[in-house]
Design a protein around this ligand. Sequence first.
Ligand code: AMP
Ligand code: ZN
Length: 462
Amino acid sequence: MRLYDTLARKTKDLLPIDGQTFRFYCCGPTVYGPAHIGNFRTFVLQDVFRRTLETSGMRTLHVRNLTDVDDKTIRESQRAGQSLTEFTNFWTVKFHQDCDKLQCLPPHIEPGAVEHIPQQVMMIEELIAKGHAYSSEDGSVYFNIASFPEYGRLSHLDERELEIGRTQAQRANADEYEKQSVSDFVLWKARRDEDGKNFWPSPWGDGRPGWHLECSAMIREYLGESFDLHSGGVDLVFPHHENEIAQSRCACGGDFAASWFHIAHLMVDGGKMSKSLGNLYTLEDLAEKGWSAMEVRYVLLSGHYRKPLNFTFDSLHAAREAMLKMAKAAQQLSAKAPADAVLTSVEFGLFQGAWDTLNDDLNTAGALGAIFTGLREAVKCEGLAAAKALAAFHRLLRALGLVLPEAEKSVTVPEDIIALADQRLAVRQARDWAQSDVLRDQLAALGWIVKDSKDSYELSQK
Ligand code: AMP
Ligand code: ZN
């Protein structure tokens, strides 16, 4: 597979450093509420990335963390009147349920920040010993960005107009800070009253780790000093990933990530979908409106990951239609394929174009288009050729993580057809047989057969 690398600013071939297993890390969710479908754009694309590598026969090691301690989790757990663990466990379970619905494979390792506090403390000690960090009067510890000349390479700080705040007065103590200010960032936050019971001991006094540190510590634990790829949404490039690089390269040496994979945002009405803007949709919100998680997944795959994708309900309608079309084609193919066809081939055949497109910088949108091109030819196949085409089609669907609806069951009856059929039921109940026949003919002309029962009807397509 070829993929665009944010650091090198070019598309590169992806090969595992150790020649065997492609080892990658994804920044996971902050578990303080339901993840929204914007978050899931990132997680779904990371899932397709993994599935595509695995479909091509590569072994993977996928590590994704859970942020279960930071400013937000502490604040919200207190609002909910729960302990931090109780609160974050609840939202972790919910996150896993949503991932399952979206067919996202569970990562091989899913470490949490709280259970890795000793490793984080150790990393801070090393950074202080090597002259990259200093403690302040209140018992907090900061990373000194002036001590790391490479700081800013990932986000190309040198090409941006930024407010450089390198003095101690301007350093950042909050977990998330303004994109336009560059400053020393916090590694250990001294205990404050508002933290309640959420503090841990350290050589600098009670407190808790800064948010950026957890990923560096967990990456070291599970992937070592050098690994194949690191990923997250574009908002993480600066400061989060920049800070991770600084911490890890200074504490451990090593190259850290060989490639960086960043996913552009899901937008609503031209703005970023985010909790703080209150313009978000969760899977649950959409399920209430009648949309399935698979339809949401299809929408998330319908744009290239390097471009922002605008979420609309029209795109959900289009996803539903496209998946029904796919399901219908699959049904036609399976009716023509011999039941006893045993296929051992891993050729993509008519779907080679779709597979190549997917491997060319994870172009999911292009691959979906190419699947339809493949299907138009595939449905003309008979016998063994139909079986082969069906197998290749399914292989691609697995790489995309799409499960199709069953064609017959999922026929949705348009509202205007239901209105006509309801009207007909009413006239039948009024014993107006002539009008009932007129309406039956109208429905037939629109492609629908109506079967009467005593107080109801059944519609099927001609
Ligand atoms: P968080 O739970 O806020 O830590 O975010 C989890 C992941 O979702 C991170 O990789 C973010 O970069 C990503 N993310 C947040 N908002 C969006 C969005 N609107 N579109 C795509 N990814 C997002
Ligand atoms: Zn991270």
